[in-house]
Design a protein around this ligand. Structure first.
Ligand code: BEZ
Length: 302
């Protein structure tokens, strides 16, 4: 039995049709049927109930399907690990990150990693959280820092911290001079500027859910591609924006910031790696982050 037999078998089982599976595999149906027949002869078992529409697995076929899936998943994992080893042997390490993490502790992490690994070429790629998932699986990055909790068995996700959210307001906004606490309800008379516009879901949806969960609706929405554009429009008095607290450290003319007095107004920062990545680099990065958090009195994992 060869690997291709497993791939053909799984393709037919999934498509529940020899014709559709052949089209997906870019081959004609007769050779695909012959390959499945060969597999059945070799196993001494009938895997598909012939004549069934859609094509059904037999009892033995179902058992074989479970085993075949495990083997193929294991092979996918092996391929990822090999791609990763290629990186290490080329003395490269790649980090993917969403832009807003550059306002937080990412620059400290990059400096500390470079100091710990002077001989390693560090590659930095700005990617959305969704793009990071594909890049990890394809071996284009080794670690990703994002804000969305995307479930994928091939990816291990660790919550680093929940970053507090604050309001970015035009300098003329009365809330900047008010003494009472500011809530999301105080922002609903304004145009809410959200980013990034695409791909979705994104940080924009996290902000919108905060309003929705409280039964609030901003007067209008203005979607932009990125944080810098959003802050530019706040400066221009087009509207207000909800941003991670670290953004406040990068002062910009005509924009003021105020804390939000809202429980749960946070945005998580996650670290994603390939499941089963046993390289020491992930341990090193985790240690670096824990160290930086300790120095800045940030609690890891909360
Ligand atoms: C942080 O700000 O906590 C952070 C940013 C990027 C990567 C890891 C942590």
């Amino acid at each position: 039995m060869e690997l291709r037999h497993l791939r053909y078998f799984v393709a037919v089982a999934r498509a529940r049709s020899f014709t559709r599976a052949a089209a997906e595999l870019n081959m004609a149906q007769p050779p695909l049927s012959r390959q499945i027949q060969q597999l059945e002869e070799e196993l001494g078992s009938i895997l598909f109930a012939r004549g069934s529409r859609p094509t059904q697995l037999t009892e033995q076929g179902r058992l074989f399907y479970e085993q075949a899936m495990q083997v193929l998943e294991r092979i996918d994992d092996m391929q990822s690990v090999m791609r990763r080893l290629q990186h290490v042997s080329r003395n490269r390490f790649s980090m993917g990150f969403v832009a807003s993490t550059l306002y937080g502790r990412l620059p400290d992490i990059i400096r500390a990693y470079r100091a710990a690994r002077p001989g390693v070429e560090l590659i930095l790629l700005e990617l959305t959280t969704i793009e990071q998932m594909a890049a990890l699986k394809e071996g284009r990055i080794d670690v990703g820092f994002g804000r969305l909790p995307i479930d994928d068995p091939a990816i291990t996700r660790v919550l680093l911290r929940n970053e507090t959210l604050i309001a970015a307001l035009p300098l003329t906004h009365p809330a900047l001079r008010r003494k009472t606490p500011l809530g999301l309800a105080d922002l609903t008379d304004e145009t809410l500027i959200i980013y990034p516009k695409a791909p979705r879901p994104s940080y924009a949806d996290q902000v919108l859910s905060l309003f929705r969960e409280r039964g609030l609706k901003p007067a209008a929405l203005h979607e932009v591609r990125e944080l810098q554009t959003a802050l530019g429009l706040v400066a221009a008095e087009v509207g207000v924006c909800v941003v991670p607290a670290a953004v406040e450290r990068f002062r910009r003319d005509n924009v003021g910031y105020r804390a939000l007095d809202e429980v749960g107004a946070v945005s998580p920062i996650f670290m994603s790696t390939r499941s089963g990545d046993i390289s020491g680099e992930i341990g090193l990065i985790t240690g670096i982050i824990q160290d930086i958090y300790r120095k800045n009195r940030i609690v890891f994992g909360r």
